[in-house]
Design a protein around this ligand. Structure first.
Ligand code: TNX
Length: 529
Protein backbone atom coordinates (compact mmCIF):
# COMPACT_ATOMS: atom_id res chain seq x y z
CA UNK A 1 0.00 0.00 0.00
CA UNK A 2 2.72 2.41 1.11
CA UNK A 3 4.76 1.48 -1.94
CA UNK A 4 1.94 2.14 -4.29
CA UNK A 5 1.38 5.57 -2.76
CA UNK A 6 5.06 6.40 -3.11
CA UNK A 7 5.16 5.23 -6.69
CA UNK A 8 2.03 7.18 -7.44
CA UNK A 9 3.59 10.26 -5.98
CA UNK A 10 6.76 9.82 -7.99
CA UNK A 11 4.83 9.52 -11.22
CA UNK A 12 2.90 12.60 -10.20
CA UNK A 13 6.07 14.66 -9.76
CA UNK A 14 7.58 13.44 -13.04
CA UNK A 15 4.41 14.35 -14.86
CA UNK A 16 4.45 17.75 -13.22
CA UNK A 17 8.01 18.45 -14.33
CA UNK A 18 7.25 17.28 -17.85
CA UNK A 19 4.18 19.48 -17.90
CA UNK A 20 6.20 22.47 -16.72
CA UNK A 21 8.87 21.86 -19.34
CA UNK A 22 6.36 21.32 -22.09
CA UNK A 23 4.64 24.50 -20.99
CA UNK A 24 7.82 26.44 -21.70
CA UNK A 25 8.93 24.64 -24.79
CA UNK A 26 5.62 23.83 -26.36
CA UNK A 27 7.06 20.33 -26.94
CA UNK A 28 5.00 17.34 -25.84
CA UNK A 29 5.67 15.92 -22.33
CA UNK A 30 7.56 12.81 -23.52
CA UNK A 31 10.11 14.86 -25.45
CA UNK A 32 10.30 17.74 -22.99
CA UNK A 33 11.26 15.43 -20.14
CA UNK A 34 14.40 14.38 -22.01
CA UNK A 35 15.57 17.74 -23.37
CA UNK A 36 17.13 20.76 -21.73
CA UNK A 37 15.25 23.18 -23.97
CA UNK A 38 15.79 26.82 -23.05
CA UNK A 39 13.38 29.73 -22.98
CA UNK A 40 13.79 31.59 -26.29
CA UNK A 41 14.81 35.26 -26.10
CA UNK A 42 11.58 35.98 -28.00
CA UNK A 43 9.61 35.00 -24.88
CA UNK A 44 10.95 37.91 -22.83
CA UNK A 45 8.14 40.36 -21.98
CA UNK A 46 8.42 43.32 -22.48
CA UNK A 47 10.26 42.58 -25.73
CA UNK A 48 13.87 43.80 -25.48
CA UNK A 49 15.21 46.50 -27.77
CA UNK A 50 17.84 44.10 -29.11
CA UNK A 51 18.45 40.38 -28.66
CA UNK A 52 20.99 38.12 -30.35
CA UNK A 53 20.80 34.45 -29.36
CA UNK A 54 23.95 32.36 -29.75
CA UNK A 55 22.93 29.06 -31.33
CA UNK A 56 24.05 26.01 -29.41
CA UNK A 57 25.41 27.97 -26.43
CA UNK A 58 23.87 27.44 -22.99
CA UNK A 59 24.80 28.07 -19.38
CA UNK A 60 23.58 25.83 -16.58
CA UNK A 61 23.19 27.28 -13.11
CA UNK A 62 24.57 24.61 -10.76
CA UNK A 63 24.14 23.96 -7.06
CA UNK A 64 27.47 25.67 -6.34
CA UNK A 65 26.54 28.86 -8.20
CA UNK A 66 27.31 32.21 -6.58
CA UNK A 67 26.06 35.69 -7.41
CA UNK A 68 28.56 38.53 -7.45
CA UNK A 69 27.12 42.04 -7.47
CA UNK A 70 28.01 45.71 -7.31
CA UNK A 71 24.59 46.33 -5.73
CA UNK A 72 24.12 43.95 -2.77
CA UNK A 73 20.34 44.50 -2.55
CA UNK A 74 19.85 43.41 -6.16
CA UNK A 75 22.02 40.32 -5.63
CA UNK A 76 19.95 39.49 -2.54
CA UNK A 77 16.71 39.98 -4.50
CA UNK A 78 17.82 37.60 -7.25
CA UNK A 79 19.17 35.06 -4.76
CA UNK A 80 15.95 35.33 -2.75
CA UNK A 81 13.81 34.41 -5.76
CA UNK A 82 16.09 31.61 -6.98
CA UNK A 83 16.83 30.02 -3.59
CA UNK A 84 13.13 29.23 -3.23
CA UNK A 85 12.76 27.49 -6.58
CA UNK A 86 16.21 25.90 -6.98
CA UNK A 87 16.92 25.09 -3.34
CA UNK A 88 20.55 26.14 -4.01
CA UNK A 89 22.41 28.25 -1.41
CA UNK A 90 23.39 30.95 -3.98
CA UNK A 91 25.77 33.02 -1.87
CA UNK A 92 25.89 36.73 -2.73
CA UNK A 93 29.28 38.44 -2.73
CA UNK A 94 31.32 41.29 -4.11
CA UNK A 95 32.76 41.05 -7.65
CA UNK A 96 36.25 41.54 -6.16
CA UNK A 97 36.08 38.02 -4.71
CA UNK A 98 36.48 36.44 -8.17
CA UNK A 99 34.29 35.11 -10.97
CA UNK A 100 30.77 33.88 -10.23
CA UNK A 101 27.98 32.12 -12.10
CA UNK A 102 26.00 35.37 -12.21
CA UNK A 103 27.67 38.80 -12.15
CA UNK A 104 25.65 42.01 -11.74
CA UNK A 105 27.97 44.87 -12.59
CA UNK A 106 27.80 48.66 -12.73
CA UNK A 107 30.70 48.82 -15.16
CA UNK A 108 31.37 48.65 -18.90
CA UNK A 109 27.73 48.79 -19.98
CA UNK A 110 27.29 50.28 -23.45
CA UNK A 111 26.34 53.97 -23.11
CA UNK A 112 23.24 53.41 -25.26
CA UNK A 113 21.44 51.55 -22.47
CA UNK A 114 21.04 54.80 -20.53
CA UNK A 115 20.03 54.93 -16.87
CA UNK A 116 17.24 52.34 -17.09
CA UNK A 117 18.68 49.82 -19.53
CA UNK A 118 21.18 46.97 -19.31
CA UNK A 119 23.22 44.46 -21.26
CA UNK A 120 22.86 40.75 -20.51
CA UNK A 121 25.39 38.17 -21.74
CA UNK A 122 24.94 34.43 -21.40
CA UNK A 123 28.05 32.45 -22.38
CA UNK A 124 29.38 28.99 -21.58
CA UNK A 125 31.26 30.46 -18.62
CA UNK A 126 28.46 32.41 -16.94
CA UNK A 127 25.86 35.14 -16.94
CA UNK A 128 26.82 38.82 -16.80
CA UNK A 129 24.42 41.76 -16.48
CA UNK A 130 25.91 45.23 -16.90
CA UNK A 131 24.17 48.57 -16.38
CA UNK A 132 24.94 52.21 -15.76
CA UNK A 133 22.56 52.52 -12.78
CA UNK A 134 21.11 50.07 -10.24
CA UNK A 135 17.65 50.47 -11.81
CA UNK A 136 19.04 49.18 -15.10
CA UNK A 137 20.66 46.25 -13.32
CA UNK A 138 17.31 45.44 -11.71
CA UNK A 139 15.64 45.46 -15.14
CA UNK A 140 18.34 43.09 -16.41
CA UNK A 141 17.66 40.76 -13.48
CA UNK A 142 13.99 40.59 -14.50
CA UNK A 143 15.04 39.56 -17.99
CA UNK A 144 17.35 36.89 -16.56
CA UNK A 145 14.51 35.52 -14.42
CA UNK A 146 12.35 35.23 -17.53
CA UNK A 147 15.10 33.34 -19.36
CA UNK A 148 15.20 30.70 -16.65
CA UNK A 149 12.64 27.88 -16.95
CA UNK A 150 9.12 28.87 -15.82
CA UNK A 151 9.46 26.71 -12.71
CA UNK A 152 12.03 29.26 -11.42
CA UNK A 153 8.92 31.29 -10.53
CA UNK A 154 7.87 28.67 -7.99
CA UNK A 155 8.16 29.40 -4.28
CA UNK A 156 9.00 25.75 -3.52
CA UNK A 157 12.07 23.72 -4.64
CA UNK A 158 11.80 22.39 -8.20
CA UNK A 159 14.08 19.95 -10.04
CA UNK A 160 16.91 21.22 -12.25
CA UNK A 161 18.59 21.55 -14.60
CA UNK A 162 18.55 25.36 -14.67
CA UNK A 163 19.66 26.01 -18.21
CA UNK A 164 19.73 29.44 -19.87
CA UNK A 165 20.18 29.92 -23.61
CA UNK A 166 23.30 31.80 -24.74
CA UNK A 167 23.52 35.18 -26.42
CA UNK A 168 23.35 38.89 -25.76
CA UNK A 169 20.48 41.25 -24.97
CA UNK A 170 21.06 45.00 -25.10
CA UNK A 171 17.96 46.71 -23.83
CA UNK A 172 16.54 50.03 -22.72
CA UNK A 173 13.03 51.46 -22.36
CA UNK A 174 11.12 53.51 -24.92
CA UNK A 175 9.51 55.68 -22.21
CA UNK A 176 10.96 56.75 -18.84
CA UNK A 177 7.57 56.53 -17.09
CA UNK A 178 5.88 53.11 -16.99
CA UNK A 179 3.17 53.16 -14.40
CA UNK A 180 0.43 51.24 -12.70
CA UNK A 181 -2.23 52.92 -10.58
CA UNK A 182 -4.12 51.33 -7.71
CA UNK A 183 -7.22 53.01 -6.28
CA UNK A 184 -7.07 52.30 -2.53
CA UNK A 185 -9.88 54.80 -1.87
CA UNK A 186 -12.97 53.04 -3.31
CA UNK A 187 -11.85 49.86 -1.58
CA UNK A 188 -8.97 49.83 0.85
CA UNK A 189 -6.03 47.48 0.33
CA UNK A 190 -3.57 46.60 3.11
CA UNK A 191 0.19 47.24 3.00
CA UNK A 192 0.72 43.51 2.31
CA UNK A 193 -1.76 43.60 -0.59
CA UNK A 194 -0.05 46.63 -2.12
CA UNK A 195 3.35 44.95 -1.72
CA UNK A 196 2.04 41.85 -3.47
CA UNK A 197 0.98 43.99 -6.41
CA UNK A 198 4.35 45.78 -6.39
CA UNK A 199 6.11 42.41 -6.72
CA UNK A 200 3.87 41.46 -9.64
CA UNK A 201 4.26 44.67 -11.64
CA UNK A 202 8.04 44.85 -11.04
CA UNK A 203 8.43 41.69 -13.18
CA UNK A 204 7.35 43.69 -16.24
CA UNK A 205 9.74 46.61 -15.64
CA UNK A 206 7.00 48.93 -14.40
CA UNK A 207 8.78 51.70 -12.49
CA UNK A 208 5.98 53.91 -11.10
CA UNK A 209 3.15 53.04 -8.72
CA UNK A 210 0.50 55.73 -8.52
CA UNK A 211 -1.66 55.33 -5.39
CA UNK A 212 -5.08 57.00 -5.54
CA UNK A 213 -5.23 57.80 -1.82
CA UNK A 214 -8.41 59.82 -1.43
CA UNK A 215 -11.79 59.98 -3.12
CA UNK A 216 -15.45 60.46 -2.20
CA UNK A 217 -15.63 57.08 -0.50
CA UNK A 218 -12.47 57.17 1.60
CA UNK A 219 -9.39 59.07 2.80
CA UNK A 220 -6.52 56.58 3.23
CA UNK A 221 -3.44 58.48 4.44
CA UNK A 222 -2.87 59.88 7.93
CA UNK A 223 -2.22 63.65 7.98
CA UNK A 224 -0.88 65.02 11.25
CA UNK A 225 -3.19 67.65 12.71
CA UNK A 226 -6.17 66.44 10.66
CA UNK A 227 -7.02 63.22 12.49
CA UNK A 228 -10.66 63.07 11.41
CA UNK A 229 -9.57 62.55 7.77
CA UNK A 230 -8.74 58.97 8.69
CA UNK A 231 -10.90 58.34 11.79
CA UNK A 232 -14.01 59.54 9.93
CA UNK A 233 -13.02 59.78 6.27
CA UNK A 234 -11.16 56.46 6.33
CA UNK A 235 -13.90 54.55 8.14
CA UNK A 236 -15.77 53.13 5.17
CA UNK A 237 -15.58 52.30 1.46
CA UNK A 238 -17.79 51.43 -1.51
CA UNK A 239 -20.56 49.14 -0.30
CA UNK A 240 -20.17 50.27 3.32
CA UNK A 241 -17.30 48.00 4.34
CA UNK A 242 -14.83 48.96 7.09
CA UNK A 243 -12.40 50.90 4.87
CA UNK A 244 -9.04 51.59 6.47
CA UNK A 245 -6.05 53.87 6.11
CA UNK A 246 -2.26 53.95 6.15
CA UNK A 247 -0.42 55.50 9.06
CA UNK A 248 2.57 57.49 7.86
CA UNK A 249 4.75 54.56 9.02
CA UNK A 250 2.66 52.16 6.89
CA UNK A 251 3.00 54.49 3.95
CA UNK A 252 6.77 54.75 4.42
CA UNK A 253 6.90 50.94 4.41
CA UNK A 254 5.10 50.84 1.04
CA UNK A 255 7.44 53.49 -0.39
CA UNK A 256 10.51 51.59 0.84
CA UNK A 257 9.22 48.26 -0.48
CA UNK A 258 8.55 49.83 -3.86
CA UNK A 259 12.02 51.41 -3.85
CA UNK A 260 13.55 47.97 -3.27
CA UNK A 261 11.91 47.00 -6.60
CA UNK A 262 13.05 50.27 -8.26
CA UNK A 263 9.48 51.56 -8.30
CA UNK A 264 8.72 55.17 -7.34
CA UNK A 265 5.44 55.72 -5.52
CA UNK A 266 3.35 58.66 -6.72
CA UNK A 267 0.72 59.66 -4.15
CA UNK A 268 -2.55 61.16 -5.36
CA UNK A 269 -5.01 63.16 -3.35
CA UNK A 270 -7.79 63.97 -5.79
CA UNK A 271 -9.14 67.56 -5.70
CA UNK A 272 -11.19 69.76 -5.91
CA UNK A 273 -13.78 67.07 -6.78
CA UNK A 274 -13.77 63.49 -5.49
CA UNK A 275 -13.45 64.93 -1.98
CA UNK A 276 -16.56 63.83 -0.10
CA UNK A 277 -14.54 61.84 2.48
CA UNK A 278 -12.58 64.99 3.44
CA UNK A 279 -15.72 67.15 3.38
CA UNK A 280 -17.53 64.64 5.64
CA UNK A 281 -14.58 64.73 8.08
CA UNK A 282 -14.34 68.54 8.46
CA UNK A 283 -17.44 70.74 8.24
CA UNK A 284 -15.24 73.84 7.83
CA UNK A 285 -13.98 72.64 4.44
CA UNK A 286 -17.51 73.00 3.04
CA UNK A 287 -18.73 76.34 1.63
CA UNK A 288 -21.92 76.05 3.71
CA UNK A 289 -20.09 74.85 6.82
CA UNK A 290 -22.15 71.64 6.86
CA UNK A 291 -20.43 68.25 6.70
CA UNK A 292 -22.16 65.88 4.26
CA UNK A 293 -22.65 62.25 5.27
CA UNK A 294 -20.05 59.65 4.34
CA UNK A 295 -20.64 58.18 0.89
CA UNK A 296 -20.42 54.51 -0.08
CA UNK A 297 -21.93 54.57 -3.59
CA UNK A 298 -20.12 54.84 -6.93
CA UNK A 299 -21.35 58.11 -8.45
CA UNK A 300 -18.78 60.73 -9.45
CA UNK A 301 -18.78 64.51 -9.87
CA UNK A 302 -20.91 65.59 -6.89
CA UNK A 303 -18.34 66.93 -4.40
CA UNK A 304 -16.01 69.95 -4.32
CA UNK A 305 -13.65 71.57 -1.86
CA UNK A 306 -14.64 75.19 -1.17
CA UNK A 307 -12.42 77.09 -3.60
CA UNK A 308 -13.03 80.51 -1.98
CA UNK A 309 -12.17 79.65 1.63
CA UNK A 310 -8.67 80.27 3.02
CA UNK A 311 -8.88 77.15 5.20
CA UNK A 312 -8.99 75.04 2.02
CA UNK A 313 -5.42 76.10 1.22
CA UNK A 314 -4.18 75.75 4.81
CA UNK A 315 -5.57 72.22 4.69
CA UNK A 316 -3.96 71.49 1.32
CA UNK A 317 -0.64 72.94 2.40
CA UNK A 318 -0.58 70.48 5.33
CA UNK A 319 -1.66 67.54 3.15
CA UNK A 320 0.73 68.32 0.29
CA UNK A 321 3.60 69.24 2.63
CA UNK A 322 3.32 65.97 4.55
CA UNK A 323 2.93 63.89 1.38
CA UNK A 324 5.97 65.62 -0.12
CA UNK A 325 7.98 64.71 2.98
CA UNK A 326 6.91 61.05 2.58
CA UNK A 327 7.75 61.00 -1.13
CA UNK A 328 11.31 60.48 -2.40
CA UNK A 329 10.20 60.79 -6.04
CA UNK A 330 9.64 64.06 -7.90
CA UNK A 331 5.85 63.84 -8.42
CA UNK A 332 2.70 64.50 -6.43
CA UNK A 333 -0.62 63.78 -8.18
CA UNK A 334 -3.35 66.34 -7.51
CA UNK A 335 -6.20 64.59 -9.35
CA UNK A 336 -8.31 67.35 -10.89
CA UNK A 337 -10.68 65.07 -12.82
CA UNK A 338 -14.44 65.22 -13.16
CA UNK A 339 -14.85 68.47 -11.22
CA UNK A 340 -18.44 68.92 -12.38
CA UNK A 341 -19.34 70.54 -9.06
CA UNK A 342 -16.74 73.30 -9.40
CA UNK A 343 -17.46 76.13 -11.88
CA UNK A 344 -14.78 76.39 -14.61
CA UNK A 345 -13.29 79.72 -13.43
CA UNK A 346 -13.01 78.42 -9.86
CA UNK A 347 -11.51 75.18 -11.14
CA UNK A 348 -8.76 77.00 -13.06
CA UNK A 349 -7.97 79.31 -10.15
CA UNK A 350 -7.89 76.35 -7.77
CA UNK A 351 -5.57 74.20 -9.92
CA UNK A 352 -3.24 77.16 -10.52
CA UNK A 353 -2.96 77.76 -6.80
CA UNK A 354 -2.48 74.09 -5.90
CA UNK A 355 0.32 73.72 -8.48
CA UNK A 356 2.11 76.50 -6.62
CA UNK A 357 1.69 74.70 -3.30
CA UNK A 358 3.14 71.53 -4.82
CA UNK A 359 6.07 73.52 -6.22
CA UNK A 360 6.62 75.24 -2.87
CA UNK A 361 7.12 71.79 -1.36
CA UNK A 362 9.71 70.94 -3.98
CA UNK A 363 7.63 68.64 -6.16
CA UNK A 364 6.14 68.53 -9.66
CA UNK A 365 2.38 68.17 -10.03
CA UNK A 366 0.71 65.50 -12.11
CA UNK A 367 -2.99 65.99 -12.80
CA UNK A 368 -5.61 64.14 -14.81
CA UNK A 369 -5.71 65.85 -18.21
CA UNK A 370 -8.60 68.11 -17.12
CA UNK A 371 -5.88 70.28 -15.50
CA UNK A 372 -4.89 71.64 -18.91
CA UNK A 373 -8.02 73.83 -18.54
CA UNK A 374 -6.03 75.77 -15.94
CA UNK A 375 -2.59 77.19 -16.77
CA UNK A 376 -0.16 74.30 -16.29
CA UNK A 377 3.26 75.19 -14.91
CA UNK A 378 6.07 74.03 -17.21
CA UNK A 379 6.75 71.22 -14.74
CA UNK A 380 3.14 70.01 -14.51
CA UNK A 381 2.39 66.68 -16.21
CA UNK A 382 -1.09 65.82 -17.59
CA UNK A 383 -2.43 62.28 -17.53
CA UNK A 384 -4.77 61.61 -20.48
CA UNK A 385 -7.69 59.37 -19.51
CA UNK A 386 -10.42 59.93 -22.10
CA UNK A 387 -11.69 57.53 -24.78
CA UNK A 388 -11.11 59.85 -27.74
CA UNK A 389 -8.04 60.09 -29.97
CA UNK A 390 -8.11 63.85 -30.21
CA UNK A 391 -8.36 66.50 -27.53
CA UNK A 392 -7.57 70.06 -28.58
CA UNK A 393 -6.79 71.36 -25.10
CA UNK A 394 -4.38 68.50 -24.40
CA UNK A 395 -2.71 68.89 -27.81
CA UNK A 396 -2.33 72.65 -27.21
CA UNK A 397 -0.77 72.02 -23.80
CA UNK A 398 1.60 69.46 -25.32
CA UNK A 399 2.59 72.00 -27.99
CA UNK A 400 3.44 74.40 -25.17
CA UNK A 401 5.65 71.85 -23.45
CA UNK A 402 3.31 69.95 -21.11
CA UNK A 403 4.38 66.31 -20.87
CA UNK A 404 1.63 63.72 -21.18
CA UNK A 405 1.14 60.34 -19.52
CA UNK A 406 -1.06 58.14 -21.71
CA UNK A 407 -3.87 56.23 -19.98
CA UNK A 408 -6.69 56.13 -22.55
CA UNK A 409 -9.58 54.59 -20.62
CA UNK A 410 -10.70 52.31 -23.46
CA UNK A 411 -7.18 50.82 -23.75
CA UNK A 412 -5.31 51.18 -20.47
CA UNK A 413 -8.01 51.09 -17.76
CA UNK A 414 -7.68 47.79 -15.95
CA UNK A 415 -11.16 48.14 -14.42
CA UNK A 416 -12.92 47.83 -17.76
CA UNK A 417 -14.53 44.44 -18.32
CA UNK A 418 -12.82 42.12 -20.81
CA UNK A 419 -16.16 40.92 -22.20
CA UNK A 420 -19.81 41.37 -21.30
CA UNK A 421 -19.51 38.26 -19.14
CA UNK A 422 -16.62 39.55 -16.97
CA UNK A 423 -17.96 39.41 -13.40
CA UNK A 424 -15.93 42.40 -12.16
CA UNK A 425 -15.32 45.90 -13.46
CA UNK A 426 -17.20 48.56 -15.40
CA UNK A 427 -17.87 49.16 -19.09
CA UNK A 428 -18.35 52.92 -19.49
CA UNK A 429 -15.22 53.09 -21.68
CA UNK A 430 -16.09 49.87 -23.52
CA UNK A 431 -14.97 46.26 -23.26
CA UNK A 432 -11.21 45.76 -23.30
CA UNK A 433 -9.86 42.36 -24.25
CA UNK A 434 -6.09 41.95 -24.23
CA UNK A 435 -5.68 42.56 -27.98
CA UNK A 436 -7.35 45.95 -27.63
CA UNK A 437 -5.23 46.82 -24.59
CA UNK A 438 -2.10 46.04 -26.64
CA UNK A 439 -3.21 47.45 -30.01
CA UNK A 440 -2.28 51.13 -29.86
CA UNK A 441 0.81 53.29 -30.10
CA UNK A 442 1.31 55.68 -27.16
CA UNK A 443 3.63 57.85 -29.29
CA UNK A 444 0.98 58.66 -31.91
CA UNK A 445 -2.40 57.77 -30.37
CA UNK A 446 -3.53 61.27 -29.52
CA UNK A 447 -3.49 63.67 -32.45
CA UNK A 448 -1.07 66.53 -31.91
CA UNK A 449 0.68 64.66 -29.10
CA UNK A 450 3.79 63.17 -30.68
CA UNK A 451 6.26 60.84 -29.05
CA UNK A 452 8.54 63.59 -27.64
CA UNK A 453 5.58 64.96 -25.64
CA UNK A 454 4.82 61.57 -24.12
CA UNK A 455 6.44 60.89 -20.76
CA UNK A 456 5.06 57.37 -20.73
CA UNK A 457 2.08 55.14 -20.09
CA UNK A 458 0.08 54.10 -17.07
CA UNK A 459 -2.52 51.39 -16.42
CA UNK A 460 -4.98 52.58 -13.76
CA UNK A 461 -7.05 50.13 -11.71
CA UNK A 462 -10.12 51.76 -10.19
CA UNK A 463 -11.65 49.63 -7.48
CA UNK A 464 -15.37 50.32 -7.25
CA UNK A 465 -15.91 46.59 -7.93
CA UNK A 466 -12.51 45.28 -6.83
CA UNK A 467 -12.27 43.90 -3.29
CA UNK A 468 -9.55 41.23 -3.00
CA UNK A 469 -6.02 40.65 -4.30
CA UNK A 470 -7.46 37.95 -6.57
CA UNK A 471 -9.79 40.61 -8.03
CA UNK A 472 -6.81 42.92 -8.64
CA UNK A 473 -4.90 40.13 -10.37
CA UNK A 474 -7.85 39.03 -12.51
CA UNK A 475 -8.26 42.52 -13.93
CA UNK A 476 -4.55 43.42 -14.15
CA UNK A 477 -3.25 40.24 -15.75
CA UNK A 478 -2.72 39.83 -18.60
CA UNK A 479 -3.54 43.47 -19.58
CA UNK A 480 -0.97 45.11 -17.30
CA UNK A 481 1.70 43.16 -19.18
CA UNK A 482 0.39 44.64 -22.44
CA UNK A 483 0.61 48.22 -21.16
CA UNK A 484 4.03 47.52 -19.64
CA UNK A 485 5.27 46.33 -23.02
CA UNK A 486 3.91 49.45 -24.76
CA UNK A 487 5.88 51.50 -22.25
CA UNK A 488 9.15 49.60 -22.55
CA UNK A 489 9.52 48.03 -25.99
CA UNK A 490 10.42 49.89 -29.18
CA UNK A 491 7.51 50.32 -31.61
CA UNK A 492 9.48 48.20 -34.10
CA UNK A 493 8.78 45.13 -31.93
CA UNK A 494 5.03 45.77 -31.91
CA UNK A 495 3.42 42.64 -33.26
CA UNK A 496 0.27 40.95 -31.96
CA UNK A 497 1.29 37.45 -32.99
CA UNK A 498 4.68 37.70 -31.29
CA UNK A 499 3.14 39.37 -28.25
CA UNK A 500 0.59 36.54 -27.92
CA UNK A 501 3.49 34.13 -27.69
CA UNK A 502 5.29 36.19 -25.05
CA UNK A 503 2.10 36.47 -23.04
CA UNK A 504 1.42 32.73 -23.27
CA UNK A 505 4.82 32.09 -21.71
CA UNK A 506 3.72 34.07 -18.64
CA UNK A 507 0.79 31.73 -17.93
CA UNK A 508 2.76 28.95 -16.19
CA UNK A 509 4.68 31.56 -14.19
CA UNK A 510 1.49 33.25 -12.97
CA UNK A 511 0.07 29.86 -12.07
CA UNK A 512 3.15 29.01 -9.99
CA UNK A 513 3.06 32.44 -8.33
CA UNK A 514 -0.61 32.03 -7.46
CA UNK A 515 -1.62 35.01 -9.64
CA UNK A 516 -5.36 34.74 -10.40
CA UNK A 517 -5.06 35.95 -14.00
CA UNK A 518 -7.81 36.04 -16.62
CA UNK A 519 -7.29 33.26 -19.16
CA UNK A 520 -8.15 35.32 -22.19
CA UNK A 521 -9.36 33.10 -25.06
CA UNK A 522 -7.28 35.33 -27.37
CA UNK A 523 -4.13 33.64 -26.02
CA UNK A 524 -3.11 30.00 -26.44
CA UNK A 525 -2.09 29.30 -22.86
CA UNK A 526 0.23 26.31 -22.45
CA UNK A 527 -1.26 23.23 -20.83
CA UNK A 528 -0.84 23.37 -17.08
CA UNK A 529 -1.05 27.18 -16.88
C1 TNX B 1 -13.44 57.73 -14.03
S1 TNX B 1 -10.95 58.49 -15.13
C2 TNX B 1 -12.72 58.25 -12.96
C3 TNX B 1 -12.73 57.54 -11.69
C4 TNX B 1 -13.56 56.29 -11.74
C5 TNX B 1 -13.32 55.58 -13.05
C6 TNX B 1 -14.02 54.27 -13.15
C7 TNX B 1 -10.90 59.41 -13.93
C8 TNX B 1 -9.79 60.30 -13.90
N1 TNX B 1 -11.89 59.33 -13.04
O1 TNX B 1 -13.18 58.38 -10.67
O2 TNX B 1 -13.17 55.46 -10.68
O3 TNX B 1 -13.78 56.43 -14.08
O4 TNX B 1 -13.65 53.61 -14.32
Amino acid sequence: MARRTQRGRRIGITALVAAALSAVTGIGPAVAARTTATVPFSSVLPAPAGATPAAGVTYTLGSGAAISTDVPDIGDYLAGVLRRSTGYPLPVRSPSSGPAAVSLLLSAAPAGVGDQGYQLDVTRSGIVVRAVKPEGLFAGVQTLLELLPARAASSTPQPGPWVVGGGRIVDHPRFAYRGAMLDVARHFFSVAQVERYIDQIALYKVNRLHLHLADDQGWRIAVNGWDRLTSVGGSTEVGGGPGGFYTQADYRAIVAYAQSRYITVIPEVDMPGHTNAALASYAELNCDGQAPPLYTGTDVGFSSLCVGKPITYRFLDDVIGQLAALTPGPYLHIGGDEAQSTVPADYAAFVDRVQQIVAAHGKQAIGWHDVVNATPLPSTVAQFWDTTTSNTAVADAARHGTKIIMSPANRAYLDMKYTKATPLGQDWAGLTEVRKAYGWNPGSYLSGVGEPAVLGVEAPLWTETIVTSADIEYMAFPRLAAIAELGWSPQSTHDWTAFRGRLAAQGPRWTLQGVAYYKSPQITWPTGS
